[in-house]
Design a protein around this ligand. Structure first.
Ligand code: PMT
Length: 398
């Protein structure tokens, strides 16, 4: 559970996206957070407090003069009891009030009285978002250290399309989880490869492997949580792109090689998690190979693919290079051999039976100081530990 023990004050303001607040609340509680909901009067026109009370298991507040609060200081009590205030949806009116320090209802008053971080997920019509007044207010809030989540782009309830949609509940959850992670790689450019490659034999067949992309995607997410600018060059997988990560889809090892080499100069760290095919068919047959068309079964001649990691490590000014090694035996010896032969400071070893596929893994890190085994855990947990190790190496390099 990503938010176990965290106390979230979830503010809901008036907008049609208020209904998505219910889904967000469900996700927050699923991740172990205790959530106190506070609604603006306008929000209660869109969804009733009963919905949020049922989902949070806590009474919902919306009135500054609520007789349930004996000392009449709901704004102080509620804001002191929160680790973070998250307002989703945050309407244009609410944003304007907070940017200008207005406090004319319970939610705006407790925001002004808080001493914890504030995260806002704006939701409004695109014209309202683009209005210079809203832009000014958002710039003021950013300058005040308020985190603005999104907004997203796409179809809007008013029938228009553009910027202003509230982020999806899952994306807001990801942003909140990221908020609680240490910013170990602030604004560092991190380039990753992930997933398998697919080397075509004919239009319907090819050589590939069982990499699901989970380890690489978890690392992309962990690096982004740590504050990095993350670019993920991904082989064919069926995973959603982690929030805030820029993904480039590729198919073959040569595509992956081209995309990495075109981008690597702009990144300080390169992490090669992909299970890249070492060989590809020398020729891709243009038409589907027909069974029995030849006297003998067709032979496939293979040629070597470029070694992306070795090539990046050999650049005149290479980024900090991190490799992975998946082995079925002799993990330490094979991983260390790969580390030295590719000339990289860190390689991450995992056994094929542990690493491929599933959500969990068991990693051993090999660097100049020796072996560092990590306890078996979920890939995202290991990814965060690996990011911390990489941040340490980067620090030493500087
Ligand atoms: O995707 P999952 O299902 O989550 O599984 C994760 C994983 C097991 C695939 C991952 O943890 C892992 O171990 N990836 C590396 C697999 C491997 O053994 O690669 P390799 O030994 O072929 O290559 C060693 C290193 O060189 C790797 O960093 C690889 O990305 C890189 N390489 C290899 C060949 C090549 N042509 N170019 C490369 O960049």
């Amino acid at each position: 559970m990503e938010l176990a023990g965290k106390r979230i004050l979830l503010g809901i303001t008036g907008g049609i996206a208020a209904y998505k607040g219910a889904e967000l609340l469900r996700l927050l509680t699923r991740e172990g957070a205790s959530v106190q909901v506070v609604m603006s009067a306008a929000a209660t026109r869109f969804v009733t407090p009963v919905t949020f009370q049922a989902l949070s298991g806590q009474p919902v507040f919306s009135d500054q003069w609520d007789p349930r609060v004996a000392n009449n200081m709901a704004h102080i009590d509620l804001s002191r009891a929160a680790d973070v205030v998250l307002v989703a949806p945050a309407s244009a009116d609410f944003i304007a009030k907070v940017a200008n320090g207005l406090a004319d209802d319970l939610l705006t008053t407790l925001v002004l009285a808080r001493d914890c971080p504030l995260l806002l997920a704006p939701a409004m019509n695109r014209q309202m978002w683009e209005n210079p007044a809203t832009m000014r207010n958002v710039a003021t809030l950013r300058a005040d250290g308020v985190a603005i989540l999104g907004p997203g782009c796409g179809d809007q309830a008013c029938g228009e399309s553009g910027l202003g949609r509230m982020l999806e509940a899952e994306e807001i959850l990801d942003e909140l989880v990221a908020h609680f992670q240490p910013r170990l790689l602030p604004d560092v450019g991190v380039l990753l490869t992930a997933g398998p490659t697919f080397e075509a034999i004919d239009p319907v067949r090819g050589i590939t492997n069982l990499s699901s992309g989970r380890m690489g995607y978890a690392l992309a997410r962990a690096a982004r949580e740590a504050g990095a600018r993350v670019t993920l060059v991904s082989g064919p997988v069926s995973l959603p792109c982690p929030t805030g990560v820029s993904r480039i889809d590729v198919t073959s090892a040569r595509d992956m090689h081209a995309e990495v080499m075109a981008r690597v100069a702009a990144h300080a760290v390169f992490i090669a998690v992909a299970a890249v095919a070492d060989y590809r068919p020398a020729r891709t047959i243009a038409q589907k190979i027909k069974k029995g068309a030849q006297a003998a079964p067709p032979a496939i001649e293979l040629v070597l693919n470029p070694d992306i990691l070795a090539e990046v490590a050999a650049l005149p000014k290479p980024p900090l290079c991190v490799g992975f090694a998946a082995e079925s035996e002799n993990l330490a010896a094979y991983a260390e051999h790969k580390r030295r032969s590719k000339g990289i400071p860190l390689i991450v070893g995992n056994l094929i039976q542990d690493g491929f596929g599933g959500d969990d893994n068991r990693l051993i890190l090999f660097d100049d100081t020796g072996e560092h085994p990590l306890a078996p855990a979920a890939k995202i947990v290991l990814a965060r530990q690996l990011v911390a190790h990489i941040a340490g190496l980067l620090e030493k390099r500087r």
